[in-house]
Every structure is written in structure tokens, then in C-alpha cells.
Design a protein around this ligand. Structure first.
Ligand code: TEU
Length: 552
């Protein structure tokens, strides 16, 4: 079967299974829970899902540590439940892409267990195992990983270490070994043959490592990244997966391309290169931190956001494909972020942020709960957090004696658990997520932020997203139009145009909690207002007001 580019018309909803809906009363979300909510999601209007990992796993990193790529984590359900879910999704005209985590496995994967229990194991070369320096007293080089720790883990009291760019239980696979690549292809075929529609490829830009394994110059974080991000054989590997697997299915791939520049990204998505369908870039999520490190908070500036949006919209226009997102399971919630910290204006600002990213060129993703304007968690102690990264950073912060209030503020506002609190379905004790105490603390604001309320209220964020989705569908200007930044130097109002031939759409969003005059009102004489969060058409923008105008 030949690939088509259906993904350009997709509106993708990300489900984080642990936190979505508990169908069997154990406090953990699961597949039966997801099935029970498909009609809600159909009503929202999305036509594709990205499901975070449901594979068998010891859950050190909530499933991003896989111990069996062909089975489901038991508390989430069975393979039969999975097939039923896929069928129910397809029946509703909704596709499904799986999370593909193949930079690393779990340390509980039988390959890894075999590899470290026997030096002659055929699986030893599935991983990156090297002798340490100084007779094994020091790791093979000075690389550091993503979760605030060194990148090497000593194997027992031997002289050998394995590479792990994330948690201890996430050993990196050795893609240099052709057998590893064949295993990955078999896994892909297994799920594609079952009927899944594609993959979100976890940290895919890390799969090729510079084989010299040299130490790097001292660096505040991610020492060695020039040797393990966008490594020498990355494009070759991706093209190989494409030719041997993807091209035989009508599937799509979206790469999580951490730390990629536009030049690198173009190489990944130029269609004639046959690597990935689209990529996630993260530049906009770094507009409120220093050095690309989320823990180093920096006051947000709208001009910075505009600059990265311009860069990516222009770079891929006509030659590749962007994905659009403001939330996912690793990011904090968008309400309260990007200057929208005025709690009284949560609904207005959620709609404004939604409009601003949704009508850019690319495929929009909505993260569970975003359509309700869910907020960061209300955690009261470090014990409330479950995320391995959060605990590592906490330990690191204490070790290097970061001032307690600073460490606390940073952890509480940036922890990934902010996005992982149980989905708020109603105002009952556990928010309708479960009938027992959930694995992570339910946010108390479930009393007024919940799906039940949102469905009843015509003015809810949910219904606003419904309109955004309906407006995007079948709209050629949004899909293919060029991007023009109308006010590049304004630090309060984001205004852009999408233009295709003589058709034009203008989006105006205020990122300010004060009234702001619109400077573009003359341009808009021949336009009509089609969507907004205030229903106001004069020349003053209310706090966080957003408007969409068309000229056709
Ligand atoms: O994330 C990769 C990644 O870069 C993040 O770990 C990011 O650095 C971090 O979340 C910033 O706080 C992917 C998955 O999305 C994430 O959930 C996994 O933990 C990680 O890979 C390892 O598989």
C-alpha cells in the first residue's frame, strides 16, 4: 500500500493512559477506561489519537521503559482489550498512532537481562556496554543524561558500564548492530499489521551515537550531546525503517526531535528523503527558560515566541510538515504559562492560547485535559510527585545545595507530573477518573474544571475547541497557506495572517491581561469575524482576547 498524507488533515489527541480513565478500579487509567470515553472524544471532533506507551513495562518512567514490545502492561488491560479499542476507534473514524520507544528498552527487557548476566550473550551487543576508565572506577566518558544524572551505569561491581541517557532502568540500544534494527522493524510490522496507523517516535534523534565515545567539554547539562544528538547515522537508520517498513503501509510517523535545528529538521521531513512524516520541535517551550533548561525559569517574552514560530513556519512551508502543540505529558499545563497567570481569566486565556497555535501550518495536537483548561497540579509536598525526573532533580538540587525555596518553586512549577494528574471528568471525590484513590493526586479544582461541566456550558473551552477543530477541517488556507507575522515587534499582541491565493485569515491574540488597542483594524475592513472568545469587534482587545477573521 502506498503512503498518503492523511496526517496533514489530522487533529490528534494525546492520551496518557495512566491518567485518562480508570476502568477497573485500581487507581490507574487503562484501556477499558479509554474505550468508555471514545464518544466524548468523537464529540470533540478529533480524528486521530497518539497513545503514550501501553506496552509491558516496570513503569520506572511510566511506560517509556519497555520490557515487552508485543504485549500490554497488565494493569492497563490485555492485547484483546487493545484490539477492541483499536476497532472501536476505527469504527468512529479515528486513527491511532502508538508511542514507539526504541532508543532504549527497560532494564527488565529479556535482552538486557541476558546481556548483563553473561559476557558472551548474543544480546550483549544489543546495548552500548563499555569498559570504564581507571579499571572501571570511572565511567567510560563524561557524558550526562536527560534526568540530571550521569549517562553511564556500572554493571554490578564489574569494570563495565552501560549507556543510559535517561533513568537507570532505560539502557540505550545499540543501533549500530543490524540485528537491533531488524528487531525494531519486526516490532513496527507487528503493530502495523494489527492495524495501527503510525508512530510517535520517542527521542528518535538520539538513536545514532558517535562511535568514538569521546568525553565532551564541561557543560551545565547534557554533556556529550554533540556526540549523541543527531548522530552520524541517524538519517541512514530512519531511511532504512522507511524503505523496509513504513512505505508498505499507509502510516505516518512523527519524530520527537529534541534539540534539532531547522536545518536538521528539514533533512528529517523532506518527503523525497523518506525518513519521517513530521517532527515536533520544542523551541517554543524554551521561550520561558535559560539555556533550553526548563528548570531555569526566565520571564516569558512574546517577541521570543513569535521569533521561533516565524522561523519554523517559514522553514518548513512547502517542503516539510510541522506539528503544533502547546502541551504534552512532559510539559507543564499551558494555562498559567506564556504570560497567562491571571487565574480569573483562565477560560479566556485557554481559548486564546488554543487559537494562536491551532491555526498555524501543521498538524495540531491536543493533550488530554487541555480542552478543559486543566491546570498544573496542586501538590503540597515532594512526596506527592511520582515522576522519576522530578525526584532526580530534587536529589541533585539538594546535593548541590540550591536554596530550598528556589528548588521548590522550580520543581513544583516545572515537574512533568503537572500534566499527568488524573483527567477531571466530574466533581466527585476522584474527579470521575476512578472510584479509588488514584496513583497521582487529583487537582482540587476538579470541583469546577471538569468535563461534565464543560459539556453543559456552551461557552466552555471544550466547545471552543470543537469550533476550532471544525473551522480547521477542510480549510485549504489553514492547511496550505503561507504564514505572515503581522506584528513582529509587538510584545503584547500576536497577530498573523495565513494566505493562499486571494484568500486570507487573520488571527489576533492578546497575551496581555490589560486592554490593548488593535493596530490592524483598517486592514480588516474587508474581513469578517468568524471566531472569538469575547464576541467583540471594536478596536480594543480585552485581556487575552483572541479573534479570527476571514476575507472569503
Ligand atoms: O522525552 C524526551 C525528552 O527529551 C524529555 O525527557 C525531556 O527532556 C524532559 O521531559 C524534559 O523535562 C521522551 C518522553 O516524552 C518522556 O516522557 C520520556 O521520559 C523520555 O523520552 C524517555 O523515554
Amino acid at each position: 500500500m502506498k503512503q498518503t498524507d492523511w496526517y496533514k488533515d489530522a487533529i490528534i489527541y494525546q492520551i496518557y493512559p495512566r491518567s485518562f480513565c480508570d476502568g477497573n478500579g485500581d487507581g490507574l487509567g487503562d484501556i477499558p477506561g479509554i474505550i468508555s470515553k471514545l464518544d466524548y472524544l468523537k464529540e470533540l471532533g478529533v480524528n486521530c489519537f497518539w497513545l503514550s506507551p501501553v506496552y509491558d513495562s516496570p513503569q520506572e518512567d511510566n511506560g517509556y521503559d519497555i520490557s515487552n514490545y508485543r504485549d500490554i502492561y497488565k494493569p492497563f488491560g490485555t492485547l484483546n482489550d487493545f484490539k477492541k479499542m483499536l476497532n472501536e476507534m476505527h469504527k468512529r473514524g479515528i486513527r491511532l498512532i502508538m508511542d514507539l520507544v526504541v532508543n532504549h528498552t527497560s532494564s527488565e527487557h529479556p535482552w538486557f537481562k541476558d546481556a548483563i548476566s553473561d559476557k558472551n550473550s548474543p544480546y550483549r551487543d544489543y546495548y552500548i556496554i563499555k569498559k570504564g576508565r581507571k579499571n572501571g572506577k570511572k565511567p567510560p566518558n563524561n557524558w550526562s543524561g536527560f534526568f540530571g544524572e550521569g549517562a553511564w551505569q556500572r554493571i554490578g561491581d564489574s569494570e563495565d558500564y552501560y549507556l543510559r541517557l535517561f533513568a537507570k532502568g532505560q539502557p540505550d540500544l545499540n543501533w549500530e548492530n543490524p540485528k537491533v534494527r531488524e528487531e525494531v522493524k519486526d516490532i513496527l510490522r507487528y503493530w502495523l499489521d494489527m492495524g495501527v496507523d503510525g508512530f510517535r517516535c520517542d527521542v528518535i534523534t538520539l538513536i545514532s551515537k558517535d562511535q568514538r565515545f569521546k568525553s565532551d567539554a564541561p557543560n551545565i547539562a547534557l554533556r556529550g550531546k554533540k556526540y549523541f544528538v543527531n548522530g552520524p547515522r541517524l538519517h541512514e537508520y530512519l531511511h532504512e525503517l522507511y524503505t523496509d517498513v513504513y512505505q508498505n503501509y499507509d502510516c505516518m510517523t512523527v519524530g520527537e526531535t529534541v534539540l534539532s535545528t531547522v536545518e536538521q529538521a528539514k533533512l528529517l521531513v523532506l518527503p523525497q528523503r523518506q525518513e519521517l512524516s513530521m517532527i515536533f520541535n520544542f523551541d517554543h517551550t524554551d521561550t520561558d527558560n535559560y539555556f533550553g533548561i526548563k528548570w531555569f525559569y526566565r520571564k516569558f517574552k512574546l517577541k521570543r515566541l513569535k521569533k521561533v514560530v516565524r522561523k519554523w513556519q517559514h522553514a518548513l512551508h512547502g517542503c516539510g510538515w510541522n506539528s503544533l502543540f502547546i502541551e504534552n505529558h512532559d510539559q507543564r499545563r499551558c494555562v498559567g504559562r506564556f504570560n497567562t497567570d491571571d487565574k480569573k481569566l483562565r477560560i479566556e486565556s485557554a481559548k486564546m492560547l488554543g487559537t494562536t497555535y491551532f491555526l498555524l501550518q501543521g498538524t495540531p495536537f491536543i493533550y488530554e485535559g487541555q480542552e478543559l483548561g486543566m491546570t498544573n497540579g496542586d501538590f503540597s509536598s515532594i512526596e506527592d510527585f511520582m515522576d522519576v525526573e522530578t525526584h532526580n532533580i530534587h536529589a541533585l538540587g539538594e546535593r548541590i545545595k540550591i536554596l530550598k525555596p528556589i528548588l521548590k518553586k522550580s520543581l513544583y512549577s516545572c515537574s512533568r507530573d503537572n500534566a499527568r494528574t488524573p483527567m477531571q471528568w466530574d466533581d466527585s471525590e476522584y474527579a470521575g477518573f476512578s472510584n479509588v484513590k488514584p496513583w497521582l493526586k487529583v487537582n482540587e479544582n476538579k470541583s469546577f474544571i471538569n468535563a461534565n461541566e464543560a459539556m453543559k456550558d456552551d461557552n466552555s473551552i471544550f466547545h471552543y475547541y470543537q469550533k476550532l477543530i471544525a473551522f480547521r477541517k477542510d480549510n485549504e488556507v489553514i492547511k496550505n497557506g503561507e504564514y505572515i507575522d503581522l506584528l513582529p515587534n509587538d510584545n503584547n499582541v500576536f497577530a498573523y495572517e495565513r494566505r493562499l491565493g486571494d484568500k486570507s485569515i487573520v488571527i489576533i491574540s492578546s497575551f496581555s491581561n490589560k486592554n490593548r488597542r488593535i493596530r490592524l483594524i483598517e486592514k480588516l475592513n474587508s474581513y469578517k469575524l468568524v471566531l472569538s472568545n469575547y464576541n467583540n469587534d471594536n478596536d480594543v482587545l480585552n485581556p487575552y482576547e483572541t479573534r479570527v477573521y476571514i476575507n472569503y
